[in-house]
Design a protein around this ligand. Structure first.
Ligand code: SF4
Ligand code: FE
Length: 484
């Protein structure tokens, strides 16, 4: 099958019989739910833009397996150029949506699975690589969205995986082995875009050691498989999307992100969908490679959303009549340079990519981790400067219902005007700032910048591993004339 249209994608999800809960209630129609629809709109864009000649070069790729044109989000990277285009695509999508557009997880997971399964087979004589190749070819040909499930809830972090003293299900694991597959139990936390996906790939949360074989399990499964339940994460200001007007006050009424706690309650996984099963020494490689790709991704997506934040700050400066003030210009320059740092690190980690044994390309892990560590900081400063420029009215302005009210609307129109702008457009710009700083988009732009693709400490551990301090000591010794 060729690339799907946005509409075909929506209908393909609508047909699925899934178990989704929001605020304690099961939703029968998740596709049209007002809280969820903006997140699906981001995914619809990924389909429609792939069919638009203007974006074709970034949005699509050619499959090395079939020669077919595929959505780039389902691509196995064939070159450093592919890695480069991945980051450019992510910046473009961040600019278009002002949100987490959710489709990158499969691109990053698939490339990690592709190279790791090859190396597991080499060591163990298994056939995971061919199984995974079959899976990704189907995903490419059917133009599917696949979520990625990494993070276990963990509970008390001082108790080791599977250790005595707490519920073993706090880490997803195999509870039954059958000739035709396994049964798994557990949950995965904050799964990006999961309610907009057809299937999910699941992998361990961290490196494992002998004795933890039941936790060394990786597989793919359709999201309407029996035993899977998705519980939607609460976002600040999310119920504004349920209000009668649900437009200006939302800040970004069209797009958004979604995360869910996803429970696997005795889910059966057939052998052909399993890509790691007990080979504990490869869990770390799988996780490290996925995290590396995803930390490179953040250089693209977060700089794209950063462009929207800088644009919103610049617009509100214009509306407030302060755009020529030197301190405002200086703040916008500072926001821009902070944002470009992230993009530069994303592009650099792609440019320094390398070919794996399986043949696909991996990003430079040191630079990708430095990229993500900066992502845990720069968006916070960008948002701080945006709030500084926007002024307190960003959080004290009246509601859209007041603007539309017969009784007080004329007051709002009179007192909320700016320079050459009416109250409505000024409110729109202010609410976009609020959305990025404190509303639903803040999940994706701020807290996800901190914890998505791993919390800062995870990047520091990788930087310390990849930093080659011994090599640097040798450089210093040579120049200082120290013989040994
Ligand atoms: Fe893609 Fe960024 Fe969202 Fe991850 S956080 S899925 S990289 S948009
Ligand atoms: Fe993320």
């Amino acid at each position: 099958m060729a690339l799907m249209t946005g509409e075909q994608y929506v209908e393909s999800i609508r047909k699925m019989n899934r178990n989704i809960y929001i605020q304690g209630e099961k939703i029968e129609n998740a596709v049209d739910h007002p809280i969820l629809r903006p997140s699906m709109n981001c995914l619809i864009e990924t389909y429609n833009m792939a069919l638009d000649p203007e974006f074709e070069d970034l949005m699509t790729a050619t499959s090395q397996f079939t020669g077919h044109k595929i959505n780039r989000f389902n691509n196995i990277h064939k070159s450093k150029e592919d890695l480069n285009k991945k980051v450019k695509l992510q910046r473009l999508m961040g600019q278009r949506t002002g949100a987490c557009f959710q489709r990158c997880v499969i691109m990053d997971c698939a490339n990690a699975f592709y190279s790791t399964t090859f190396e597991i087979d080499e060591a163990h004589g298994t056939d995971y690589f061919e199984r995974f190749k079959k899976f990704i070819v189907r995903v490419q040909d059917e133009d599917l969205i696949v979520g990625g499930a990494l993070t276990d809830p963990k509970g008390d972090r001082s108790v080791p995986i599977g250790g005595d003293g707490q519920d073993k299900d706090l880490y997803l694991h195999v509870v039954e082995r059958r000739p035709d597959g396994v049964v798994v139990n557990g949950a995965k936390a904050h799964l990006t875009g999961i309610t907009n996906a057809h299937e999910v790939v699941v992998l361990p949360t961290q490196a494992l050691r002998p004795g933890q074989e039941d936790y060394a399990i990786a597989f793919s499964v359709p999201l309407d498989a029996p035993g899977i339940t998705m519980i939607i994460g609460r976002q600040s200001c999310d119920t504004r999307k349920m209000e009668k007007l649900a437009n200006i006050d939302v800040g970004n009424a069209k797009y958004g992100g979604v995360e869910a706690l996803t429970v696997f309650d005795h889910v059966f996984i057939p052998n052909e969908n399993i890509y790691l099963n007990g080979e504990v020494e490869f869990a770390g490689m799988l996780v490290e490679r996925f995290a590396g790709y995803h930390r490179n991704s953040y250089g693209g997506c977060k700089s794209g959303v950063g462009d929207v934040a800088i644009g919103a700050a610049s617009l509100i400066a214009q509306y407030n009549g302060i755009e020529k003030a030197s301190h405002v210009k200086d703040k916008l320059i500072e926001m821009t340079q902070l944002n470009e740092q992230l993009y530069a690190l994303g592009i650099a980690s792609s440019a320094e990519g390398w070919q794996t044994k399986a043949g696909n390309y991996m990003v430079d892990l040191l630079i990708a981790n430095v990229c993500k560590l900066n992502v845990t900081r720069n968006p916070y400063e960008i948002v701080r400067l945006m709030e500084d420029i926007a002024g307190g009215i960003m959080v004290t302005a009246p509601a859209e219902a007041d603007l539309r009210s017969d009784a007080v609307g004329h007051y709002v129109e009179k007192y909320l005007v700016g320079r050459d702008v009416n109250a409505e457009d000024r409110l729109r710009a202010l609410r976009l700032c609020e959305n990025l700083a404190l509303g639903t988009a803040a999940v994706g732009y701020r807290t996800e910048s901190m914890h998505g693709a791993g919390s800062p400490q995870a990047q520091k551990i990788m930087i310390s591993r990849q930093g080659n301090l011994d090599g640097k000591k040798e450089l210093a010794k040579r120049i200082a004339g120290i013989a040994k």
